[in-house]
Ligand binder design. Structure first.
Ligand code: SF4
Length: 328
């Protein structure tokens, strides 16, 4: 599309982590300008492989990744250099993602120097103030061992933003922090993506944080995106049985509210021996005979476009495979 930044939509992205596991298989995804897109799924669903593929660390074994409409497989050396500036990562673990030998000032100066951008102390001070590390002068000479977990993650976010990127890839950036600091970091990311006009792909196993911060959510299961929808629609009207189960699993802190427990059992399938057909079929309470065939992505009518990969929504009688918007 004209406003897509990352676009793996036109050719289904397939990536493998080292070894024989096909960790990401047929992922359709688009990250639009100024949008926060979430990717949610349990451990082993392929989130990390997807992230590394988007960073250009893994070459997909099939499909294509587009950045600003250009296929990355055709990037020149200078295109890659520019890509590395425009796509920045905020890591999960703030305790190990900063070099212990680098002061905060050097941590923020390094990406500017690597990318040949103007370096001046004022720019670093302003960035520290933007991420709430004030008075900034006090932090310039500190080392990671002198910072709390929340302060380290703020430095990581400042380091990611200082090159003025178009995209932030955030890999569970709040999961290793205590709960009150998690909220601060989420609010900070929310504010900064608006302020800096950055798009963000936010990857997590925690639906509460993803739904708090993201405009749209992709739900992944065993390497596939099984549902993609605007956050509100996904939470209030989940289509895929796995999404439904995820939402029912969120604890509600109200002893008077009783919610039906999700009716799924068993372990996720083995990524080495993927089940044929729908990968969720062994745990799905709505399984049908046809679920032995692989479900295609279908577009469900709604206020905004959304897709789901489930036979419940596929109109098997329609010649063009168009979609039913019905509640099964
Ligand atoms: Fe369940 Fe079938 Fe839908 Fe898979 S395709 S989620 S098994 S109903």
């Amino acid at each position: 599309t004209s406003n897509g930044i990352f676009d793996a939509v036109r050719h289904r992205l397939t990536g493998s982590s080292p070894g024989s596991v096909r960790a990401v298989d047929g992922v359709n995804m688009e990250l639009r300008r100024n949008q926060v897109q979430g990717v949610i799924g349990e451990s082993g669903c392929g989130k990390t492989t997807l992230l590394r593929t988007l960073m250009g660390l893994y070459e997909p074994s099939g499909g294509e990744l587009y950045f600003h409409g250009e296929p990355v497989s055709e990037f020149s050396k200078s295109d890659w250099k520019d890509f590395r500036r425009q796509v920045q990562l905020v890591f999960q673990d703030p305790f190990n993602s900063l070099d212990p030998k680098f002061s905060v000032r050097r941590t923020l100066a390094e990406p500017l120097q690597i990318h040949g951008l103007d370096y001046d102390k004022e720019r670093i001070v302003e960035m520290l103030e933007s991420v709430g590390l004030t008075p900034a002068e006090k932090y310039l000479t500190r080392f990671p061992s002198q910072l709390s977990g929340g302060e380290k993650q703020r430095v990581s976010i400042a380091r990611a933003l200082i090159t003025e990127p178009d995209v932030i890839l955030a890999d569970e950036p709040a999961s290793m922090l205590d709960v009150s600091t998690q909220a601060e970091i989420l609010n900070l990311l929310n504010r900064l993506t608006d302020e800096f006009g950055v798009s963000m792909l936010y990857i997590s196993h925690d639906l509460s944080t993803v739904s708090y911060i993201c405009d749209r959510i992709n739900v992944m299961y065993l390497g596939r995106v099984v549902e993609e929808a605007p956050t509100k629609e996904l939470l209030t009207d989940p289509k895929h049985p796995y999404t439904d189960a995820l939402i029912r699993s969120i604890p509600i802190p109200d002893p008077h509210y009783v919610r039906e427990r999700p009716d799924i059992h068993g372990e996720p399938g083995d990524p080495i021996n993927m089940p044929t057909g729908c990968r969720f079929k062994n745990r799905c309470p709505k399984r049908m005979d046809i679920c032995d065939q692989k479900p295609l992505d279908v577009t469900v009518e709604g206020e905004e476009t959304r897709t789901v990969a489930c036979h419940l929504y596929y109109d098997h009688d329609a010649t063009d495979g168009r979609v039913q918007d019905h509640q099964p």
